[in-house]
Write a protein that binds this ligand. Sequence first.
Ligand SMILES: Nc1nc2c(ncn2[C@@H]2O[C@H](COP(=O)(O)OP(=O)(O)OP(=O)(O)O)[C@@H](O)[C@H]2O)c(=O)[nH]1
Length: 584
Amino acid sequence: MATPRVMAAVTGSLYCAGGSVVLAAGLDGLPVTPAVVGLLAIGVLSVLTGLACLRWGRLLGRGVYHLLVAAGTVLIAAASLLAEHPATATALAGLMVFVALDSFFYFAGLGAVLQLLGAMAGGTAVLLVRPDVPDAVPVALCLVCVAVAVVVGALVRRASSASQDPLTGLANRRGFDDAVDRLLPLCARTGTPLSAALLDIDHFKAINDTHGHAVGDDLLRLVADRWSPALPAGAVLARHGGDEFSLLLPDSAGPVALAVVEQLRNAVPEVGLSCGVTQLQPGETASQLMRRADRALYQAKAAGRARSVLDDSGPDPLATELAAALAGDPVAAGLQVHYQGIVTLADGAVVGVEALARWAHPTLGPLSPARFIPLAEQTGLIGALGAHVLRTACADLADLHARTGRRLLLTVNVSGHQLCDPDFPDLVGAALAGTGWPAGSTVIEVTENLFEAESPAAVAALDTLREQGLSVAIDDFGTGYSSLARLDTLPADFLKLDHSFVSALTTSSKRARLMRSIMALSDALGLQLIAEGVETPAQADLLRSLGCLYAQGYHFSRPVPIAEVEALLDGAADPVPAVPPVRR
Ligand SMILES: Nc1nc2c(ncn2[C@@H]2O[C@H](COP(=O)(O)OP(=O)(O)OP(=O)(O)O)[C@@H](O)[C@H]2O)c(=O)[nH]1
């Protein structure tokens, strides 16, 4: 049977097609007469109904489609009656074939037959009242409608058997997936609960091995036969595969679903069953729901089998809050951007800033980025968060430039996930264009691991960004496993030396020698080095003596809001405006 999405697409398309035919018939009948106006009105109404159906039809219940199909019959009959020429009337009555198609595609049994009879009666009646149409035409129309209905009905039956498990007669995995796809958006929209469960026969392989597959098959049939009549209304039971059954329970919250599953287990006391139950969480996809059911099933098995486990672990509430903050007003929700100065080691002058996401949570207070950045990565919110940081930072620095005349270098962290989004370069371009901040003063920071993963999409995005005039920095350099020999092939302009490397500088002479070598290497490759995590004057002095030009760290400045960045500029050791590092 067709899903709401398919019914919307088919009904919408057929209404548009039929409406266009009626419009063409109306325009053919010019000059304007009342009949022509009527035809044009029917045509326009049909096309508009079709477009509305294409847009919103998937939200409608099956009952509304009965009305839409019946309305189609009425509109076609009216158009056929209004047509001036017998050939036009016949052609328009021929659109009843659409009704025959819909009836047996969407509905089963009496509902389908009544719709078909209505179409045949309507088409026959309007053609019979016209003396200029031969009597054989309505007969032919009826035959064509019946033929279409029979063929469509047979095809639908065959297609639905593809969704059925032949052994138990239950839905198979495909049928179950179709049911989830149908019910999940409906429950999400109406806010009614939806629960899912996986029920697995314990040690079924041993039953097969000991008593043979025929006994195993009998057991599967027995389970299905006992369960089917015990299910609550609206429940969908499927054989998910092998000895695993899946159950979908609309209108049931997790604890209710758990009780239903326990009843099912009790209905077959001779069979050991492990079950995982879970309730749909807001914003969850079908695969996330079933993954949690699977996790609960695994827990039931791990706890010793022959039991049910309810997985009530919903998504992290902070993720839900982060999603809401990013979708609404991120600033009001406390999402901020702070800036850590990048200085020239020679004089301590601030020449750039790294933009860093901060979350001053309204109730929990300031949250560590280690708490919410990985969460954003896991939940796919990192793109929206990164876009917010980028836009804010560009606007803040453009504003700072307008007020002080100081053009700082802006570095922004970007994850592999963001880079692999094909729209990312356009998003960056829009942020720059929208704020007037120049590409030449912007650096995209990516971690070394990105290149280890050798993601071609990410590397291609970096190439595109560099073509747009931005620079690229390899962040946390020294923590990954990048071969030094590969450094010359990376699309990068800066190396940001990780703080763990910097912190060991003053305690290990080997590190200092290694540092000298890295500087020589990066110099030879045209990469500018920025030392991160400089926390003590000794580290700064050593880096300076080794010839390192740029650094950042608590020794120079902590990350601060934009309002305090100006003070960093004022407090710079050298009153001469600093020149930011540029791409070579
Ligand atoms: N009789 C029969 N056996 C099937 C059918 N489909 C799959 N199987 C068998 O079902 C068994 C499922 O194996 P497992 O998933 O390891 O199940 P189990 O032995 O119950 O293991 P646990 O679930 O961990 O207790 C396999 O031996 C399959 O060959 C079927 O249609 N009929």
